[in-house]
Write a protein that binds this ligand. Structure first.
Ligand code: CP3
Length: 371
């Protein structure tokens, strides 16, 4: 019996071998290789602003059942790609799968966002924390990655992701989102060694989790540090960035002979760009508070940049969206190394036609910057 083998093609500029992706623009931009246009994807591109997402979620029962069923996760991952010519897919899951697998009891209360039944408040619980086996407790995520890769059929690359150790710790200690970080910041200043212990375990868990996603087929990975920006500069470097650096150093950077780029995104991290660009990642994600041209000057040739349209621009008309996209492309300027994205997740109140206008504007307006 003939076994069909995925054809491979030589990438002249890097000397690496790449599985034939029909569209590898996103991976090329992350590695600062030449592209014909600026690639684009949207944080939270599969989500409640799409009616088909809400329909699948209703069939699954709730959000967590959607995440934990690889068939449903595959279906919703592909939904935005069926609507818009996006240049990457992102695994449908959540950053809180890790603390859930650690036994903290994740649940979503109606209208409340994520909550934990057993937040970490006592020394004893903190010392009892263990690193989950990504191929056991988090098997459903790895199964989703492989199933999504099959369904994508090499159309565009698949991004795997995780939360940063500090952002995960925020939810693990606070027990919920939407707090003013009173519990975790008290721990940070009063019992720093306890927080360091949590962060050390989280960093090991994230490294193992991302490497398992890479082995299951993720072609790039992203670390979401949603709450690092709530820290002082000194605390950010010590309690967030240092642990992301550990992760980046422990990641598999190549799989099947193909380079796996890594993106680090600290929301509110604009002040610390130079330091973030030093940790060994390929790209830095930017929120919308910083000018991308200025960010490019600051990081020089070190990393690619991903971002950074204010998600609220998508509430305005397609004409205004097109103009705002144009400003970001112009500010970044000529050349590769830019992946277009929002500065944070797309709002559930975004009209899908406005997301379509964004993607089209990026694809058409960006060509002249790559001639
Ligand atoms: O980008 C994608 O399309 C992939 C999917 C994705 C989700 N969450 C799905 C999701 C990703 C990458 C995340 C990451 C995530 N989750 C982060 C980091 C990025 C960020 O937004 O800052 C954080 C902090 C979480 C934790 C989390 N999960 C929160 C705060 C919420 C509630 C959000 C809300 O809008 O109510 C979730 C739930 C969640 N994760 C939803 C989705 C689509 C909405 C759940 C629903 O269907 O009700």
């Amino acid at each position: 019996m003939m076994i069909w083998e995925c054809p491979k093609q030589k990438q002249e500029d890097t000397g690496t071998w790449m599985t034939t992706l029909k569209n590898d623009t996103f991976l090329r931009a992350l590695l600062k290789q030449p592209v014909e246009y600026t690639p684009v994807w949207l944080m939270r591109q599969a989500g409640r602003y799409l009616s088909e997402y809400n329909a699948t979620r209703a069939r699954a029962g709730d959000f967590l059942s959607l995440c934990k069923n690889p068939g449903f996760a595959t279906e919703v991952t592909l939904q935005p790609l069926a609507r818009f010519p996006l240049d990457a897919a992102i695994l449908f899951s959540d950053i809180l799968t890790i603390p859930d697998a650690m036994g903290l009891g994740l649940y979503f209360a109606q209208g409340e966002g994520p909550m934990f039944e057993r937040p970490l408040r006592h020394e004893k619980e903190i010392h009892a924390l263990t690193v989950p086996d990504p191929n056991a407790e988090l098997r459903y995520v790895m199964d989703a990655v492989s199933e999504i890769r099959k369904a994508l059929d090499n159309r565009v690359p698949l991004i795997g992701f995780s939360g940063s150790p500090f952002t995960l710790a925020c939810y693990m200690v606070e027990g919920r989102g939407g707090t003013e970080f009173r519990e975790i910041k008290t721990m940070l200043y009063e019992r720093p060694e306890l927080l360091h212990h949590i962060l050390k375990i989280n960093a090991q868990a994230v490294t193992a989790y991302l490497n398992a996603q890479i082995e299951s087929g993720a072609q790039a990975v992203m670390i979401f540090d949603t709450w690092g920006g709530s820290l002082s500069q000194a605390a950010y470097l010590e309690f967030s960035l240092a642990y992301m650096q550990q992760i980046v150093s422990g990641l598999k950077r190549e799989h099947d002979g193909v380079r796996i780029p890594c993106i680090v995104f600290t929301k509110g991290g604009g002040l610390w760009l130079e330091s973030i660009a030093e940790i060994g990642c390929d790209a830095v994600g930017l929120d919308w508070t910083i000018d991308i041209g200025n960010a490019r000057q600051r990081v020089g040739n070190k990393v690619a940049l991903q971002g950074n349209l204010d998600p609220s621009v998508l509430f305005a008309s397609p004409e205004i969206i097109t103009a705002e996209v144009g400003k970001i492309l112009e500010s970044y300027g000529k050349g590769t190394g830019h992946v277009f994205n929002l500065g944070h997740g797309i709002s559930q109140f975004t009209p899908p036609e406005h997301a379509a206008a964004l993607v089209e504007a990026v694809h058409t307006l960006s060509r002249k910057y790559h001639e």
